[in-house]
Design a protein around this ligand. Structure first.
Ligand code: PRX
Length: 642
């Protein structure tokens, strides 16, 4: 079957920031041939600097510095400079709470909010170089708190509001944070998520925390610890309105974000100031093609890297109007997102394949209720998007009119590294397509030998890029070993990928998600993608199960769409279906039907747990990021009954 290719339509191309493949190739070539000049020019034209850098980068493998000696401020670039340029009345954020409350915040408003917030932090005794944890619902103050920290050079670490007190505690301790910025709670599916309670629980064993700033959101009753906790609304009444942005070194630590590694201990990924902001800004412009008049909405939570780079820093620095929504996509109905798109006339929408598949499962009647004609560009992030979900997103949401940018990147990369430029790159559903300028990816084996076209291998990046992580907080050896030590001198992504005959990258998933069945390399993703094409299947997760003869066998966990199913017949049908879709060698050994799949709170399927279930029948290790523990228990006990 020939691969469908979607070329950008001429109208889109004519208005795009990067128009046509020649323009893309020219940018790519400039960056590859002369990275100093390329990034230096962009830094000069795209960002404000208080002091110019002495040189663009300094690479002492595996440690890099960008814009050495330069002084800037991320908050100033995201807020003040737009106000100074006369854009103060432009909306920075349309915000909507889950219960339906709304706020409109212009760049003028944002500047006022950020200065007040920064003054409260100063009044609480915080200073440049301190660390603060932000544990907040999706309210404007979450972004304001991040920006206020950035304004003062307080390194922030946002902990997703869905994390438990235990997970919060581990992060506070690792970071030796001086402050926690939180709220009483937030709204999710009509219920209050009580954040301050979790903070209180965590702080029992966190002696470094001297102050807790609490924003009032739900107005629920709270116990405030005297001398430690302050209500934001009371503290702000006592501070001044202005607070200048601190001139910070380009390598000043902007934030630490914890992410799961291959071990149980989360890794604190450190991002710094100038290089990070430049690449977040440029990729927002190149990939989302943002222009005046756009309304841009990224549905991620601010607690994940996507929220950092593509809700707060990239879009604000690019000066685009954004949307922030507090709650769940199904509250009060499965059309909440589409209602929001229609209300604010969202033109660029960025979400995850998991969300798309959940929406597919609910049926096309939900988006059909709303006017989605404002949309002009769609994005996807976080995992490979299976072609069936891509096609649905394109047809049902984008009405065959909107390009889809499938963006590959990681917490560690800070910004999008592989993605289409929508006015240039022909799209192939399921491929992140081509690298961004300045990014030199390759596919290699563990000895460092490059793989040929369509051969699977390890995705690596050859040169440092501006928004690259600088280290793992407090553990430079782990940083060096994990990212630069697997294959000497290159950044190891941990993903498997192949590059096709057109140079397009197809990310197949994490390296440990690759199976070997009878000597055939099989991607779990490839089989999952085949399964979800079946009309009865909602979601699927595939893991390799040790097998005496074939090395591994294919074990599939499947959730079904609503309706009556004869599961025995369907099990046979699905095995045959996969054999038909991919080849007889890929025929699953086992199909297990389940109510739900174990997922991290960011929506990624935890295949590691499924692998443990099929190999050892038990689950151990770090499960603090699980969305629903019940799922694992049910899967494990189902196994015991087998
Ligand atoms: O496996 C890749 C997958 O998500 C991993 C990074 O996860 P995280 O650090 O949580 O960041 C997610 C948001 C950037 C990658 O190693 N991944 C991310 N985006 C894609 C993807 N896999 C395939 N296609 C993508 N577009």
């Amino acid at each position: 079957m020939s691969q469908p290719v979607y070329t950008p339509n001429p109208d889109f191309v004519s208005k795009a920031r990067v128009s046509g493949m020649d323009a893309y190739r020219a940018l790519y070539k400039q960056a590859e041939e002369n990275p100093e000049q390329f990034w230096g020019n962009l830094a000069e034209t795209e960002l404000h600097w208080f002091q110019r850098w002495s040189h663009v980068f300094e690479w002492n493998p595996p440690f890099v510095k960008w814009f050495v000696g330069g002084k800037t401020n991320v908050c100033y670039n995201c807020v003040d400079r737009h106000v100074l340029a006369g854009k103060g009345d432009q909306v920075a954020f349309h915000w909507e709470g889950e219960p339906g409350d709304k706020r409109t915040i212009t760049f003028n408003d944002l500047l006022a909010l950020v200065q007040k917030f920064a003054n409260v932090l100063l009044a609480q005794g915080l200073k440049t170089g301190d660390r603060a944890i932000i544990y907040m619902p999706m309210i404007p103050e979450a972004a304001v708190a991040m920006l206020a920290c950035a304004r003062l050079g307080i390194t922030h670490s946002v902990v997703f509001g869905g994390f438990s007190a235990e997970a919060l505690k581990a992060r506070i301790q690792d970071l030796e944070a001086a402050a926690v910025i939180t709220a009483d709670g937030g709204w999710r599916r009509g219920k209050e998520v009580r954040l301050k309670d979790a903070v209180d629980e965590a702080l029992g064993e966190c002696p470094t925390v001297k102050t807790v700033v609490v924003v009032q959101r739900t107005k629920s009753a709270q116990t405030m610890a005297a001398g430690r906790d302050v209500w934001y609304h009371e503290a702000e009444a006592n501070v001044g309105d202005t607070c200048p942005a601190v001139e910070l070194d380009a390598e000043h630590p902007l934030y630490v974000l914890y992410t799961s590694g291959t071990t149980g201990k989360p890794k604190g990924i450190l991002h710094t100031t100038g290089g990070y902001l430049l690449q977040a800004t440029m990729t927002t412009k190149w990939v989302f093609d943002v222009r005046d008049g756009d309304v841009y909405w990224c549905s991620a939570d601010i607690g994940w890297v996507t929220g950092h780079s593509y809700i707060v820093y990239g879009p604000l620095s690019a000066g685009v109007t954004g949307v922030i929504y507090e709650g769940a996509p199904d509250t009060p109905g499965w059309d909440r997102w589409w209602e929001i798109v229609a209300r604010y006339k969202v033109s660029v929408f960025y979400t995850s394949p998991t969300a798309i598949r959940a929406l597919i499962r609910q049926g096309d009647q939900w988006p059909a209720k709303h006017d989605l004609s404002s949309l002009r560009l769609l994005g996807s992030v976080g995992e490979p998007i299976n072609p069936a979900a891509w096609e649905w997103y394109h047809r049902v949401i984008g009405k065959d009119r909107c390009p889809i940018v499938d963006t590959w990147w990681q917490t560690e990369t800070g910004a999008i590294l592989i993605a289409p430029m929508p006015g240039a790159t022909p799209l192939k559903p399921g491929s992140g397509t081509l690298p961004m300028p300045g990014v030199i990816p390759d596919i290699i084996d563990l000895d460092g030998n490059p793989k040929g076209p369509n051969q699977e291998g390890y995705l690596i990046i050859r040169r440092p890029w501006p928004s690259m992580l600088r280290t793992i907080w407090g553990d430079p050896d782990r940083y060096a070993e994990q990212y630069w030590g697997k294959v000497q001198g290159v950044y190891f992504t941990g993903d498997a990928a192949r590059r096709d005959e057109d140079g397009y990258f197809w990310v197949l998933g994490r390296v440990d998600d690759v199976m070997n069945v009878s000597g055939h390399r099989l991607s779990t993703m490839e089989i999952e993608s085949a399964l979800v094409k079946h009309p009865a299947v909602a979601e699927a997760a595939v893991v390799g199960k040790p097998h005496e003869i074939t090395g591994q066998s294919v074990c599939c966990f499947v959730t079904l769409k609503r309706g009556d199913h004869d599961v025995e017949a369907l099990g046979k049908d699905l095995r045959q279906w996969v054999a038909h879709e991919i080849g007889p060698f890929a025929r699953p050994d086992e199909i297990r039907f389940t109510e739900a799949l174990p997922k991290t709170r960011s929506g990624k399927i935890m295949r590691r747990l499924l692998r443990e279930i099929v190999t050892s029948h038990t689950v151990s290790g770090d499960v603090t990021t699980l969305e629903d523990m019940g799922v694992i228990n049910r899967l494990a006990s189902q196994q015991d009954e087998d």
